[in-house]
Write a protein that binds this ligand. Sequence first.
Ligand SMILES: Cc1cc2nc3c(=O)[nH]c(=O)nc-3n(C[C@H](O)[C@H](O)[C@H](O)COP(=O)(O)O)c2cc1C
Length: 346
Amino acid sequence: MKLTELKIGNLTAKLPIIQGGMGIGVSLSNLAAAVANEGGIGIISGVQIGFREPDFGNNPIEANIRAIRKEIKRAREKSKGIIGMNFMASMNNFELYVKEAVKEKIDIIVSGAGLPFALPKLVKGSDTKIIPIVSSAKAARVIIKSWLKHDKLPDAVVVEGPLAGGHLGFKMDELLENKCKSIKELTIEVKELISKYEKEYKVKIPVISAGGIRTKEDIEELKEAGADGFQLASIFVPTIECDAHENFKLAYINASDEDIKIIKSPVGMPARAITTNYLAKAEEKHEIKRCYKCMPNCKQSEIPYCISEGLLNAVEGRDGLVFSGAKLNNVSQLTTVKEVINNLIG
Ligand SMILES: Cc1cc2nc3c(=O)[nH]c(=O)nc-3n(C[C@H](O)[C@H](O)[C@H](O)COP(=O)(O)O)c2cc1C
């Protein structure tokens, strides 16, 4: 398959592949650098990135800021390629964390799970590119209209379909009843919208499709639908380079499609995860022992479990909350980033 390079402003990735940010701690500098070294774009997850810092328990905000600096530095030491960071727009201290990454001259900020209205002002005067994640043309339009007030257009747009992992930008009942538009339909609708802005402002805004991309055929289909790039996440988990604990990777290798379900995340959005004992128990309300200050207005008395606790348990190899995309039947062995990319694009 002939794939063309992906140009995002003055950045050129040899391969039009972005590795999706995976929090907490699943995509850090190691995975991001490995993908960047293959010619794609590596993304470090900024969600609770300081969890390995000794003072994280008492001082999560400072620990996160320090870890942002460390992980960017580590990625730069391992790769000369393009490195970005992903931050959830709805998380606590979003602006503080983005500013730190921009100060460290991160190439790209990718941001979803909420509407990242603040990004243009946060990158003003820097060379950092900004890419929103949307799950509809409507959301893309709302963000673009807001950014245009700052004379800024997105440098690219990620359109994420219903088969993606982690938090999902669709309604619970639509997901459960399979009523969401497919990633192909969403790519076509977002591409159509973006083309209008491209014509009006005489710029190029790549559209990057995400969610459930597992094979060459998936890529070909989305390319035909107009995608300029492809964001992949789950497929990079069972690799030697992925930053998560071995047990997290094994959960992927051992899972079949029946083990993956849509859950209501404590942050209020639907999400996709692999069934674990933790998840089965977590849905019954239990005591929350510590607050990691991840979400604004989190009402501990109203949530069944703490999302940071579940994700931290999982990434450190304990029974926890394992986010994943759909369709893991053929994700069945530990491999390398190079092999994943070779299998995908030949
Ligand atoms: C373990 C895991 C964690 C994720 N965490 C985040 C996150 O913190 N922020 C985000 O924007 N997307 C997150 N995602 C979504 C991915 O970045 C990506 O867009 C999506 O999973 C692509 O679909 P795929 O996994 O089927 O390739 C996560 C996905 C997974 C599998």
